[in-house]
Design a protein around this ligand. Structure first.
Ligand code: NAD
Ligand code: TYD
Length: 349
């Protein structure tokens, strides 16, 4: 029996990782540790919350004594660390929240894992989930590889870069068995509607303006969230200790082209005349320090572990848009804040 701690499992990507591990590994005990910030929503996991191999723990990774005690109590064999503050615009408003969770929280987990595994690191693994944003911004050409120097531009990416450095340092200094991945922009079901794709789907449904930052000529590399979860499973089990892998969708889109595509899909789904949703596009003031382009070279994980995306962007967007249209209650609860009541109803007796 393996005991795996997944942090941030109530969030967007974390919930897909928890679902995959709970369904696939009945021999593992999966512990989902999440502070349930505005981004954490246990409704994301309602379908698996009664599974025998699943336990939810409400707690904050920045709480040192809580984390130390938790590791002593459960004796985890592996950690998959996703808990983070994750939104660039919020990091511009409140950088310290990002330092606390992304840097201090990560170091707390590293310390607890190091202490617990010091005598017997065999078979143990600390898996840190990071982002391509640590590499900074590309110009019109080129791709991020695992050896691209770190050059973060936002408080979010600076905090993630810092946490990545701590993970590597613990590997070098204390021989902590770790793996690290840097992934491109994810999209899919359960994505909080503050990020581009879910925000714009929600605004199209509700006929609100679609705020395109700057001239809209910023480029991102989009990956379907389930394909990220599949890559995480693979790296957790087959990745080489102390290695980094880039994960991406081989799928670059300029924001404005993506928004136009989304508008035409939504016109179709909502029975609107072609071009109706695009009338909502509104150019607004640019994000400060806005990175021009992210694009991942995912050839290492492809060549060494055999991973590649399983769905095309068209297929992934179709699943995503259908999910949002079929789950109006989820969207309502998230935008009204009512999802916070779910924890009380389900877990506080
Ligand atoms: P998210 O914001 O949807 O979820 C984050 C989760 O962490 C939430 O459930 C939240 O409650 C929890 N959390 C926040 N602070 C906490 C704390 N102090 N203690 C315990 N739990 C806490 O984020 P996401 O988009 O699912 O991203 C997950 C991870 O993947 C992050 O580390 C992020 O940097 C990384 N990542 C995200 C993307 C993306 O496109 N979303 C791409 C690459 C990497
Ligand atoms: P976002 O989803 O916030 O992800 P990230 O900044 O981590 O890449 O934004 C994706 C792109 O969309 C980014 O270039 C900023 C842009 N954007 C808008 O133009 N308008 C918006 O309202 C949002 C949230 C993002």
């Amino acid at each position: 029996m393996k005991k795996i701690l997944i942090t941030g499992g109530a969030g967007f990507i974390g919930s897909h990782v928890v679902r995959l591990f709970v369904a696939k590994y009945s021999e593992y005990q999966i512990y989902n540790l999440d502070a349930l910030t505005y981004a954490g929503n246990l409704e994301n996991l309602a379908d698996i919350e009664k599974a025998a191999n699943y336990t939810f723990i409400k707690g904050d990774i920045t709480d040192e004594s809580f984390i130390t005690n938790l590791f002593e109590k459960h004796q985890f064999d592996g950690v998959i660390h996703l808990a983070a503050e994750s939104h660039v615009d919020r990091s511009i408003e409140d950088p310290m929240a990002f330092v606390k969770t992304n840097v201090i929280g990560t170091v707390n987990l590293l310390n607890a894992a190091r202490k617990l595994w010091a005598k017997n690191p065999e078979g143990k693994r600390f898996y840190h989930i990071s982002t391509d944003e640590v590499y900074g911004s590309l110009g019109a050409e080129g791709l991020f590889t695992e050896t691209t120097p770190y050059d973060p531009n936002s408080p979010y990416s600076a905090s993630k870069a810092s946490s990545d450095h701590f993970v590597r340092a613990y590997g070098e200094t204390y021989d902590l068995p770790y793996v690290l991945t840097n992934c491109s922009n994810n999209y899919g079901p359960n994505h909080f509607p503050e990020k581009l794709i879910p925000l714009f789907i929600n605004n199209i449904i509700t006929n609100k303006p679609l705020p395109v930052y700057g001239d809209g000529n910023y480029t991102r590399d989009w990956l379907f969230v389930v394909d990220h979860a599949i890559a995480i499973d693979l790296v957790f089990h087959e990745g080489i200790n102390h290695e980094t892998y880039n994960i991406g969708g081989f799928n670059e889109w300029k924001n404005i082209d993506l928004v136009q595509l989304l508008c035409s899909i939504m016109d179709n789904k909502l029975g609107r005349v072609a071009g109706k949703s695009a009338e909502l596009i509104t150019y607004v003031k640019d994000r400060p320090g806005h990175d021009l382009r992210y694009a991942i070279d995912a050839n290492k994980i492809n060549a060494e572990l055999g991973w590649k995306p399983s769905v095309t962007f068209e297929q992934g967007l179709e699943i995503t848009v259908n999910w949002y249209l079929n789950n109006p209650d989820w969207l309502h609860n998230v935008t009204s804040g009512e999802y916070a009541d779910y924890y009380k109803k389900q877990y506080v007796k």
